[in-house]
Design a protein around this ligand. Structure first.
Ligand code: UDP
Length: 329
């Protein structure tokens, strides 16, 4: 299929572009390069530097490239910033995708794969989280993702849009060949910060809270490899042929891993200590978040190729070791 990947130069989008090519599809990337990196996308993949709110430009791309399906990754994802500057998040994460969707529907492109988030669940009452659990976000970032999910449901009914919304848990790791990986500015994620602390490129890692009601007192998260995530996005294509299809899937490994367990995995893989200190809890961090992703496994035949934290960290280390400056030369 000809697939437009909006945000295809970002962390998850760029891995998905590679997986699309490997699976025999034809990706086309649209990315405004605010957070994306041109070097994350192969030279031979058609690339458009455009804002997704620009309906006339997006419409031209849909027609010129004969796009059959759109994948959307172009969201802002800093939870703290979404609290202090919600306008930025509502414009980029809700208004801009609405422009994209209006353009798609007007052009007759009615297959859509959406990056949603476990942040739509807020603080769940039970664990692991299933797709049927109540969605009650506790910050504007999670709310913007839920707002788009709700818009998609209405568009499926009214316009025959077929869509899949994937609720990611903690995306992590890098391409196995070390060619692309995570490069955020600012970087706030645990694994890259722990790796950089081990390599002496950053100050000691702050562990946010060691008084949570968890086995070692630190937060539990569900780290899922970025290539495993990407493969699910492609496995869903054949489910989107019937107009009006609505699909929701959690994507996580289902294994809760604590912050201290991540630190130990980084120490083992890098062979270096991770200097760290305990710090107060970070506002808005739920004690534990992990997925029941059996629905994706059952319905999509999705298999997890990186089931444990060490195999995920090993790919991240390969990327950070070979490219300490990320995509910068
Ligand atoms: N974390 C931490 N120190 C850091 C960054 C993250 O202790 O410098 C913790 C954070 O509190 C959470 C886990 O690591 O429990 C994963 O955080 P991350 O920001 O990577 O992802 P999130 O779960 O917020 O999406």
């Amino acid at each position: 299929m000809n697939v437009l990947v909006v945000g295809g130069a970002g962390y998850i989008g760029s891995h998905c572009v590679r997986q699309l090519t490997a699976a025999g599809h034809r990706p086309v990337v649209a990315d405004n390069l605010v957070f994306g990196h041109r070097a994350a996308v192969a030279e031979d993949v058609p690339f458009y530097s455009v804002n997704l709110g620009n309906e006339s430009e997006i419409g031209k791309i849909l027609r010129k490239e004969k796009i059959e399906l759109v994948m959307h990754f172009a969201a802002y994802a800093y939870v703290g910033e979404s609290v202090t500057d919600p306008l930025k998040y509502y414009f980029n994460n809700v208004a801009a995708p609405l422009h994209l969707l209006r353009c798609m529907i007007g052009s007759g492109v009615k297959k859509f794969v959406f990056s949603s988030s476990c942040a739509t669940y807020g603080i769940p009452a039970t664990m692991p989280i299933t797709e049927a659990d109540p969605q009650s976000p506790i910050n504007p970032y999670g709310q913007t993702k839920l707002d788009v999910e709700n818009a998609l449901k209405a568009f499926a009914v009214a316009y025959g849009l077929s869509f899949a919304a994937f609720r990611y848990f903690n995306a992590a790791g890098a391409a196995e060949d070390g060619g692309i990986g995570e490069d955020h500015t600012p970087e706030t994620h645990l694994i890259p910060l722990a790796i950089d602390a081990a390599a002496g490129r950053r100050p000691p890692l702050q562990v946010f809270g060691n008084d949570y009601p968890t086995p070692d007192g630190t937060c539990l998260r569900d780290y899922v490899h970025v290539d495993d995530l990407s493969r699910a996005h492609i496995a869903v294509f054949e489910k989107l042929t019937t107009p009006g299809t609505q699909l929701f899937y959690n994507l996580g490994t289902g294994t809760p891993t604590s912050v201290l367990e991540v630190i130990r995995a980084v120490e083992k893989i890098t062979g270096k200590p991770v200097p760290h200190a305990f710090a107060p809890r970070r506002a808005g961090d739920p004690p534990a978040l992990y997925a029941d992703s059996s629905k994706a496994q059952r319905e999509l035949g999705w298999t997890i190729q990186f089931p444990d934290i060490e195999s995920i960290v090993a790919t991240a280390w390969k990327w950070h070791e070979s490219r300490p400056g990320g995509f910068k030369p």
